[in-house]
Design a protein around this ligand. Structure first.
Ligand code: NI
Length: 253
């Protein structure tokens, strides 16, 4: 049984078959799913969805792409949502300098505000970091008690080692199955086994041999297969390891 630690099932890509798809996940070996929010609206949808399914959990937060919506009022809405039993993290939050549609200063301010909220409510964070590692680490350094996961980890083995030594988890997607996966595989090999979690980041990033299709948690077994080969453990051990890591990360019993 697998834990998809990062899936956007509230995405409109699932509007046509959401309920059927989610209901069918346990049959496909999916034990748990974490659905992070990307904005206030998506966070509310994620929480509503999590309330419907016992195996579905939610995180609340504004992605760097939605950083310009974050103000005291939005933060207060997140604070209230954190009282819901199924909300287990703040995320996804962070910095993305790839497109920079939202100016860096606005992204940093929103990131800091949401890190402060995570500290206040005592929840882990789901970090989205793209081409902004130095600034990201600087902000995280101001919140030493707050830990969580670097989702869709794209950094070096050295960075993975440093982060996990500080108590962070690293999340790996379908990239593990791609032809050019060497960097991700090296990072996964470099960290302690108890710090690795698996995720689809669906609807994006479907693993090989499904690349290009709409992704969903049902494809997570491919990431587990590749990780198991890499770590030289059985499929059952890989599933158990990553399931337990995910539960520890998000504080799920
Ligand atoms: Ni995501």
């Amino acid at each position: 049984m697998l834990f998809d630690t990062h899936a956007h099932l509230d995405d409109r890509a699932f509007d046509c078959d959401r309920e059927a798809l989610i209901s069918g996940l346990p049959e496909k070996g999916i034990a748990l799913v974490m659905n992070p929010g990307c904005s206030l609206e998506s966070s509310k949808n994620a929480v509503a969805l999590a309330k419907k399914y016992p195996f579905l959990y939610a995180a609340v937060g504004s992605h760097p792409d939605a950083a310009d919506e974050v103000d005291e009022q939005v933060l207060e809405e997140y604070r209230l949502l954190c009282r819901e039993e199924k909300v287990k993290a703040i995320g996804e939050i962070g910095l993305d300098y790839h497109y920079e549609d939202i100016p860096r200063e606005i992204q940093k301010k929103a990131f800091r505000m949401q890190m402060a909220l995570a500290q206040e409510v005592g929840l882990p964070v789901i970090i989205h970091q793209r081409e902004a590692l130095a600034d990201c680490l600087e902000i995280l350094g101001d919140f030493p008690e707050v830990k969580g996961v670097f989702h869709c980890f794209s950094g070096s083995a050295q960075t993975a080692r440093e982060l996990t030594a500080q108590g962070w988890y690293v999340g790996f997607t379908g990239v593990l199955t791609f032809k050019n996966a060497r960097k991700a595989l090296e990072a996964a090999q470099a960290v302690p086994k108890d710090r690795i979690v698996l995720e689809t980041d669906c609807p994006y990033m479907a693993p090989e041999p499904y690349r290009g299709r709409r992704n969903d948690p049902g494809y997570l077994y491919r990431m587990a297969e590749v990780l198991g080969e890499l770590l030289e453990i059985t499929p059952e051990e890989t599933q158990e390891l990553t399931l337990q890591n995910g539960k520890r990360l998000y504080g799920i019993q």
